[in-house]
Design a protein around this ligand. Structure first.
Ligand SMILES: Cc1ncc(COP(=O)(O)O)c(C=O)c1O
Length: 451
């Protein structure tokens, strides 16, 4: 096919009968970490094919500047109020990522002891950490209290009483906020929507006041805030505003009852542009929320994950096998659903672009529709479907937007060692996680002993 007439201007995508064409140059124009120089894809000043020579594939690569730029955008947009940006560790928990954010002054949002240990190992301060999650265990609470955690975001009455019990046993006072479920539709994928009545998260808005009063009567609980997180990859500001209105209403009711808070935590959830979505910018987000926040006189917390790291990262992968069939063309690459599960789990559409632009230009007639798939024994093992690309075996492809919920959701399914991770800053690159070894995959296992 010829798409010459369809790719006028710099539109990022062109949908044809055969498939979706993602224009690599137009796409990278929206991604500050990436650009093509002389036809070769670079992250910051580093040629990605040079990275492939050094580190092989599959390999996650993150741009230090891109991570810090988004973090700074948050702090600048909310500079008029006291605030704390608690980066959501689950999005990307590599120590190097946590380390640069800790150095920049970030707090952290964690959901397990493992994540707290990572934050501390990376130089973060426990007092700037909020502990979210519906199922904190006795030992996790004990560990967090001992380390001096900033706040527990409490999701149920039973958790509240457990935290009180642990704090009592340690003779400490536990700082808490209640995670309120405002019953607001985040208008995102159902698996990453968390603020509806049907979701397992938080304490129902109508019950919150009573639970706060219960908390106020517990001997070892210190009420410090209120929290809400309605979902992830939100592209509109309205659901955030609707949730904030409900939380503000509660702050006032609490004041009337003599319960004074120190902070309001609005969670994470701001969406990113993966291909051609148009999420609200951090500045627009701030402009919509600030007028309602200013009057409260509280410190504002956010827990952004995806928006800080998604577009700072790519997954580099090599085309191993081209398998055209009568109905479909499959490009089998050396990354798979175990490395990047978002397409299989959420039907997420991620851009796949070549490390080198085709010599004869972008609109070549040898472009065909390919399913980019892994070598795993599952039909759900795909990274992208029906993408118009010009491919040869040995090519390097970059899956963009892979900095968030990429490596952290990866597994060893099919006994595949997980990818290496690399960080780039200006013209420097550094390994920040070694590729796993085959021996390492079973190093903690034991053969059954008959006697
Ligand atoms: C409680 C909580 N806070 C923050 C986040 C981060 O969300 P996002 O990565 O969309 O910013 C999540 C993600 O699911 C979450 O559950």
């Amino acid at each position: 096919m010829s798409h010459s007439e369809q790719n006028t201007a710099e539109s990022v995508t062109t949908q044809t009968e055969q498939g979706l064409y993602v224009n690599p140059q137009a796409l990278t124009a929206h991604l500050p970490a990436l650009h093509y120089r002389d036809g070769a894809l670079h992250m910051e000043q580093v040629n990605v094919d040079e990275l492939v020579k050094h580190y092989d594939t599959p390999c996650y690569v993150y741009s230090k500047q891109a991570i810090l730029a988004v973090y700074q955008a948050y702090t600048e947009s909310f500079a008029s109020l006291p605030h704390q940006i608690c980066y959501a560790v689950k999005a990307n928990s590599n120590l190097a990522v946590l380390g640069i954010l800790a150095q920049a002054g970030a707090g952290f949002d964690i959901v397990s002891r493992g994540e707290l240990m990572r934050v501390l190992a990376a130089g973060g301060e426990a007092s700037r950490v909020v502990f979210s999650g519906v199922g904190k265990t006795y030992s996790e609470i004990e560990y967090a209290l001992t380390q001096g955690i900033g706040c527990f975001n409490v999701e149920s009455i039973s958790e509240l009483t457990l935290i009180n019990d642990v704090a009592k046993a340690l003779d400490k006072s536990a700082p808490i906020s209640l995670r309120v479920n405002p019953d607001v539709d985040a208008k995102t994928h159902p698996y990453i929507s968390t603020g509806l009545k049907d979701n397992k998260f938080g304490i129902a808005h109508e019950d919150a006041l009573a639970v706060y009063q219960q908390a106020a009567n517990l001997s070892h609980i210190d009420i410090v805030g209120i929290d809400c997180h309605i979902g992830s990859q939100l592209t509109e500001v309205e659901p955030f505003v609707a949730a904030l209105d409900k939380v503000v209403e509660l702050v006032h009711s609490l004041r009337d009852k003599g319960i004074e808070l120190r902070h309001i935590d609005l969670g994470g959830g701001l969406g990113v542009r993966y291909i051609d979505e148009t999420p609200v910018s951090i500045d627009e987000f701030a402009q919509a929320l600030l007028p309602k926040l200013t009057e409260l006189g509280l410190t504002i917390f956010f827990e952004p994950g995806r928006s800080i790291v998604a577009n700072a990262g790519v997954l580099l992968t090599r085309v191993d096998v081209l398998k055209p069939t009568e109905h479909k063309n499959f490009a089998i690459v050396d990354a798979a659903m175990n490395d990047l599960i978002r397409p299989a789990l959420y039907q997420a559409e991620m851009a796949v672009i070549p490390s080198v632009l085709p010599e004869n230009g972008l609109n070549t007639d040898d472009t065909q529709a390919w399913d980019i798939v892994g070598a795993i024994c599952e039909t759900g093992d795909f990274l992208a479907k029906d993408r118009l690309l010009s491919l040869a075996t040995g090519d390097t492809l970059a899956i963009t937007g892979a900095g968030a919920y990429g490596f952290t959701m990866s597994s060893n399914y099919n006994s595949r060692p997980r990818a290496s991770e690399v960080m780039v800053a200006d013209d420097r690159h550094q390994l920040i996680r070694k590729r796993e070894t085959f021996e390492g995959l079973y190093a903690d296992e034991m053969l059954w002993q008959d006697k």
